[in-house]
Design a protein around this ligand. Structure first.
Ligand code: BG6
Length: 474
């Protein structure tokens, strides 16, 4: 609907931006840190490794000062589990613990709320080697123990914790490399139980709020055919609701359990799992949003054949991963949506979809919402005079912030907007040339240069937006 008047952003709206440890810290083996599964994974050809990235580990003071200059009231970052417990389940590393105290204190010096992700893709590699990571139930206990360390250390200073970043992307794109769907969804179940137990422990040990942080999007049917509408509903279950229904209501989505059971991949519940899922309650929902998904129905036979063809052609699911497309036989297949704009990297630009997503989440779960990622990752040019004119990024952010305001006017309880990212960092698969930041980090893919921080045009624009509490988007 078109509103004749807009509600203002709430006075205490959180304005900031996000990062994740392995993509920005560097110092991959310093001060006692153990390797994560990211550190040891093969690097995508033509892209940098994770050894230095943006060197935030050494430059966090300068970075946070720049965030303060922009007027941030929030900074979302992740704690690297292998910095706190280098081998995942053994000794606590005092230097790692101290580092995040310093980061949190630095934020608080400027009145910036730290929003702390406990786990952002960087499982300690020792646990992967020891028992296959999340495929083992042991990982539940080790994750909960690590979270308890964080709650005890930081829980009196941190108001907002996030459990697991984009668990749904890890599962959908099989980042654990599981051989069968049965194993993949069993590992996913272990993460859901670990998350539930961590939420319970958070509430027992500190006053902080805690939330899951999946990647959520509305799902459009490719055509107005009833079969495609049903496919969109089903895809919503496997992409979004599998994660949020379990986190909020403690139960798997109904039709999806039938789909899993018939395909022999319904996870096995151990004694106590159901109880943990039912007893855990998030205080809000954090979610990452990068554009809508569009699907059409695909039969079981056609879906399996398509998957087999892709396998024969040797295509990894990277293509699906980067464009958000995937095939679920008998359920849905992702399609290109000619009506949705895209970045030069093929990622969606869909501010209306953000409003739809916010509305759907609010209507379904009734919990306050926090956008923890959204952003425009493209190549930037550093001009000779030291400027970066990223008007495309300003345009992207402007339209998404306007969509947030529409959703607030619709009645959604939106706590804040934390786009990806404050400063340039290394993309999950496409190097540092795919830049998201409002602060330019002066390095190339392989030439580290001086890693200087340079304010882009979007820096000054976002500063103005925050100063006006979202009124001035010009
Ligand atoms: C999200 C992740 O999927 O999207 C981030 O939580 C990631 O870690 C971001 O960097 C942008 O994706 P990419 O692949 O361009 O880095």
């Amino acid at each position: 609907m078109e509103h004749l008047r807009q509600k203002p952003f709430p006075k205490d709206f959180l304005w900031g931006a996000s990062s994740s440890a392995y993509q920005c810290e560097g110092a991959w083996d310093e001060d006692g840190k153990g390797p994560s599964v990211q550190d040891v994974a093969p690097v995508m050809p033509g892209t940098t490794d994770w050894k230095v990235t943006s060197d935030h580990y050494h430059r966090f003071r300068e970075d946070i000062a720049l965030m303060a200059e922009m007027g941030f009231t929030e900074y979302r970052f992740s704690i690297a589990w292998p910095r706190i417990i280098p081998d995942g389940d053994g000794e606590i590393n005092a230097r790692g613990v101290a580092h995040y105290h310093e980061v949190i204190d630095e934020c608080q010096k400027y009145g910036i709320q730290p929003v702390v992700t406990l786990y952002h893709f960087d499982l300690p590699d020792a646990l992967q080697k020891k028992y296959g990571g999340w495929s083992s139930r042991q990982c539940i206990d080790d994750f909960v123990r690590y979270c308890e360390v964080c709650f005890k250390e930081y829980g009196s200073k941190v108001k907002y914790f996030l459990t697991i970043n984009e668990q749904n992307m890890m599962t959908m794109f099989n980042m654990g490399g599981y051989a069968t769907d049965k194993e993949r969804y069993q590992a996913n179940h272990h993460m859901l139980v670990a998350q539930a137990k961590a939420m319970i422990r958070c509430h027992e040990l500190c006053q902080a709020w805690i939330a899951p942080a999946p990647n959520i999007t509305c799902v459009y049917p490719a055509t107005s055919s009833p079969a495609d509408s049903l496919a969109a509903m089903d895809y919503d279950q496997i992409r979004n609701r599998l994660y949020l229904d379990v986190a909020v209501f403690g139960r798997y989505p109904e039709a999806l359990t039938v789909y899993f059971t018939q395909r022999d991949c319904m996870p096995e519940f151990a004694p106590g799992d159901e109880e943990a899922l039912l007893n855990a309650h998030p205080d809000f929902i954090a979610f990452n949003y990068y554009g809508g998904s569009t699907v059409r129905f695909v039969s079981n036979e056609d879906g399996l054949a398509a998957k087999e063809r892709a396998k024969q052609a040797g295509r990894a699911n990277m293509e699906e991963f980067m464009t958000g497309m995937m095939t679920e036989p008998g359920l849905a297949v992702g399609c290109k949506n000619p009506l949705q704009e895209q970045t030069s990297y093929g990622m969606g630009i869909d501010p209306v979809g953000l409003r739809v997503t916010l509305r759907q989440l609010w209507e379904r779960y009734g919990l306050p919402l926090l956008i923890t990622e959204n952003g425009c990752g493209v190549k930037d040019t550093l001009n000779e005079d030291g400027t970066v004119h990223d008007d495309y990024r300003i345009d992207y952010l402007r339209r998404h912030i306007a969509a947030c305001r529409e959703a607030i006017t619709d009645g959604v309880d939106l706590m804040g907007y934390s786009p990806w990212s404050a400063f340039d960092l290394v993309s999950t698969h496409q190097g540092i040339s795919k830049r998201y930041g409002m602060i330019y980090v002066n390095r190339d893919e392989f030439d580290l240069k001086d890693l200087a921080r340079i304010r882009k045009d979007s820096f000054y624009w976002y500063q103005k937006v925050i100063k006006s509490n979202g009124e001035d988007l010009a």
